[in-house]
Design a protein around this ligand. Sequence first.
Ligand code: CA
Length: 243
Amino acid sequence: MTDAAAPRILFVEDEPSIAEPFTRALTRAGFDTTTVGTASGALETADRIAPDLVLLDLTLPDGDGREVCRELRRRGDVPIVMLTARGTETDRIVGLELGADDYVVKPFSGAEVIARIRAVLRRTGGGSGGASPGNGQPEVLQAGPLELDAAARRAWLDGEELQLSRKEMDLLVRLMRDAGRVVSREDLMADVWDVNWFGSTKTLDVHVGWLRRKLGDDPARPRFIHTVRGVGFRFASDEELSS
Ligand code: CA
């Protein structure tokens, strides 16, 4: 079941520990996502599905992502975001010279890549029909005394603006979007953190702890962020907080 208006993303990544959680994260973010693990598969699939954007890994088992980029450019003007483990300036410049629209250096978070994809789609007018999710649409989330403007990345508690770090904001947005429902630790890690940290989720607890402190939440009797043991976290629903 795919939304006909959802932007189509071709995700080229051979590493399952990145491909699998990111495919889920992209789908959850509202993209119609097709994932392939080879350079030849990338070109073949690009011809077949005419994606709105290609998210392209540089190191593929049967070829170099830069070659794929060059070939895609020869065939058309589909926006390309490169995923690179190589952080050197030269590699970044080479990627952009090959015609990539943007690049993200590994390790990266789901939220970061999704933000880049949206920015590139906005810039290039991709995902025609204007259906690209979060394209400047105000998204105000309310939970009792807590208000969050996801597009502006600002949050207020009892009218006082909260000073949140980038990760704390990502985490709060993710939890509030699913207020009233449990979000698994795995999904939080994939959406908010670098998927390469997958499995080591201590950092999640540390950030939840910081966020709770800023929200004035007592971990023993939390008002906003409830721990669901062995599963993940649940943000209280607006009804729960208003009653
Ligand atoms: Ca790779």
